[in-house]
Ligand binder design. Structure first.
Ligand code: ASP
Length: 433
């Protein structure tokens, strides 16, 4: 029998986990054995897969960026590419937030909720520990200038140690990337003879990291099945029904951005066939969907982008690594919609100026969100507080967050790959002219 390709296996894992999860949720929801199975078998299995990936993230990010920058060997080129990444990120993220905000303004999902459902939602907030946890961490939200300062790590090791801690208020992976960037710049500007052994060593580390990713990805079909099963089997479908309009609007806006914004950029700016592109990255899409984490998807997207899409390796490494944390279109779009939805829910009228502030804050929040499951929630609270909407409102949408998280992560990661293709195309065009 022909050996199945990895992405086919992952897809089968996704399908099996999802179907079983939905069946179990439908027929046996809340029963003891379901909770036991989800808690003791499925979740740990999913965690093992995720940890196999997460443990590789730090060496991957460090070597990918440092080598990416050192290989350019040209400070001007680094500046040019960095500038483009920033410009394109702000542009696509702004488009995504505007799509979301237009839809939420047209369909007003927060207004049509019945009184009974409203009471039920409010009750779900009052005794929810997670809500208070998220709010506490958002209370310590930082000023704009502090966010910039925190990009420069005082101690890179501290950023490494705490990057997965959702309550950590330092720079996290972005700060580690900054360190790697400066380190790479240092290597690029030092006489080659002197740094050659170091570069060769880092290249060795990078290759080993790639091998370790292969190991982890062998577990992916099972990990993905387990993760999806535990989400689907314990998901409250009832809450999805109450919030159906909100959920549909987020999904519709994500789909529009995914198909049309990315599609148009691919076809008209990058001049690639969008259908082939989306087919080519199917493995990345499935991994993002099931892990809900841009960081956990990074190894897969690096491999697919350089091997299948044939994007220059240095550009792939640099853009995808930075993008996995900084370019989060799906998250920014979701944050914009959620803030306006909650404003409608609480009857707070937002003027056009306030909505523009939401657009601006959502773009910033997209950059500041960690690429981990639920990474955007503290930032949603921060935006709510800035605009003057009760922060507890986050509890209302918490029940449906996982499904939206999975979907926005797909848009986040695909956006990074579009960005890498875009930077690659503009570099090639520059060389050709
Ligand atoms: N889970 C998202 C990601 O990793 C972040 C978020 O929106 O919560 O890209």
């Amino acid at each position: 029998m022909k050996k199945l390709a990895l992405h086919t296996k992952i897809f089968i894992g996704l399908f099996v986990g999802l179907t079983l999860g939905i069946i179990v949720n439908f027929f046996f929801s809340g029963s003891d054995w379901v909770n036991w199975f989800a808690g003791n078998i499925a979740q740990p299995a999913g965690q093992i897969f995720l940890r196999m990936v997460f443990m590789i993230i730090v060496p991957l990010i460090f070597t990918a960026i440092a080598l990416g920058v050192a290989d350019f060997r040209d400070v001007k080129k680094i500046g040019r590419i960095g500038g483009r990444v920033l410009m394109f990120t702000v542009f696509i993220t702004a488009v995504s937030v505007i799509i979301g905000i237009l839809l939420v303004d047209i369909f007003r999902p927060g207004v049509g909720i019945t009184e009974e459902n409203r009471t039920q939602l409010m009750q779900s907030i009052s005794n929810n520990q997670t809500v208070s946890g998220i709010i506490t961490s958002a209370h310590e939200s930082k000023s704009f200038i502090q966010i910039i300062i925190d990009l420069i790590p005082r101690n890179p090791f501290q950023e490494i140690v705490f990057y997965l801690d959702p309550n950590y208020r330092g720079g996290g992976l972005l700060a580690l990337m900054f360190f790697a960037l400066i380190f790479g710049l240092g290597m690029a500007l030092t006489e080659y003879k002197k740094v050659e052994p170091l570069i060769k060593t880092l290249q060795g580390v990078y290759e080993v990291v790639m091998k370790m990713i292969d190991f982890a990805m062998k577990l992916a079909p099972y990990g993905v099945a387990a993760l999806i099963f535990s989400t689907a089997s314990t998901l409250g479908f009832k809450i999805i029904l109450i919030l159906l309009n909100y959920v549909l609007i987020v999904l519709a806006a994500l789909t529009i951005h995914f198909l049309f914004t990315y599609g148009a950029i691919l076809k008209y700016v990058i001049k690639r066939n969008p259908v082939e592109f989306f087919k080519g990255i199917s493995e990345v899409i499935i991994t993002a969907f099931s892990t809900s984490s841009s960081n956990a998807t990074l190894p897969t997207s690096i491999r697919v982008t350089s091997e299948k899409l044939k994007v220059d390796k240095d550009i792939t490494n640099f853009v995808l690594t930075v993008g996995s944390t900084a370019n989060q279109n799906g998250t920014a779009l979701y944050e914009g919609i959620t803030v306006l939805f909650l404003a409608q829910f609480f009857g707070v009228d937002l003027s056009i100026t306030q909505q523009l502030i939401v657009v601006f804050l959502a773009i910033l929040a997209g950059v500041g969100t960690a690429g981990v499951p639920g990474g955007s929630l503290p930032l949603v609270v921060m935006v709510l507080q800035t605009i003057g909407i009760p922060a507890e409102g986050i509890g209302i949408i918490l029940g449906v967050d996982r499904i939206l998280d999975m979907s926005r992560t797909v848009v986040n990661v695909s956006g990074d790959i579009v960005l890498a293709c875009w930077v690659d195309a503009s570099e090639k065009k520059r060389i050709a002219s």
